[in-house]
Design a protein around this ligand. Structure first.
Ligand code: DC
Length: 223
């Protein structure tokens, strides 16, 4: 059987990983794994089930009831106890809580098999913090995204406005900075570029330019 191609995109919060993953998926027809939703799901479940601390047996029980279901759009939705909880995960409070939870090594290890199960033909674009360093070390192409904090805060702000919220730019900036510090400084699988990753600064570049660059790199990686 031929190997399923994988492109990993790691990087800072709101650096454009999800947008570029979607565009790449549209071009290549690959599935997209937005791995942050797994940590966000744990944060959500913690609050709705009033879980104080994640003990190993609780984590195992949660994982056994959690499924990543491929969608028509080639991404994955999270189904927990037969409910699709994906729509409850995208707010900044859950993002910060997810960052705290993601320090838990037991949870990170338990999530590996769920992430590996997302690998399917014709290919996978996996975005997150440790896709290239830990989850898919043999990926064809590894990209590391960065962008300055003002640009990232503004992007996040505009996304939230579009989704009907009433965000505060200063709070978003602080929250993103806090999250980056936590993600980069944790002991287990900290956010960092894989040795062989290509660094892309998306502060000034537009989406088409970045897309062309990554598609070009992907072509080269296949020869
Ligand atoms: O990509 P995101 O904003 O949805 O991620 C939310 C948090 O989940 C992020 O701040 C850290 C954690 N995370 C992680 O530790 N490893 C990943 N591969 C993806 C996300």
């Amino acid at each position: 059987m031929s190997k399923v191609p994988i492109i990993t995109i790691d990087g800072l919060a709101s650096s454009g990983k999800t947008t570029i993953s979607k565009s790449l998926s549209n071009h290549l027809g690959f599935y997209t794994l937005d791995s942050g939703i797994l940590y966000r799901a744990f944060a959500y479940i913690k609050s709705v089930e009033n879980i104080d601390k994640f003990m190993p047996d609780t984590v195992t029980k949660i994982i056994n009831n959690m499924k990543m279901v491929p969608s028509k759009n080639l991404d994955f939705n999270i189904v927990y106890n037969s409910d699709d909880i994906t729509g409850n995960l995208y707010n900044e409070v859950i993002g910060l809580q997810a960052s705290d939870i993601s320090k838990n090594e037991y949870i990170r290890d338990a999530l590996l098999s769920i992430q590996h199960a997302c690998v399917q033909m014709p290919g996978l674009i996996a975005n997150g913090r440790d896709m290239g360093t830990k989850v898919f070390p043999d990926a064809e192409l590894k990209i590391y995204f960065t962008a300055n904090i003002e640009v990232r805060a503004k992007r996040r702000y505009e996304q939230l406005i579009k989704s009907g919220s009433n965000p505060n730019l200063d709070n978003i900036r602080k929250s993103l900075e806090q999250r980056d510090q936590k993600d980069m400084n944790r002991d287990v699988s900290p956010l960092k570029a894989a040795k062989e990753a290509i660094i892309v600064d998306s502060s000034e570049l537009n989406i088409e330019t970045i897309l062309d660059k990554i598609l070009g790199l992907y072509k080269i990686s296949r020869v």
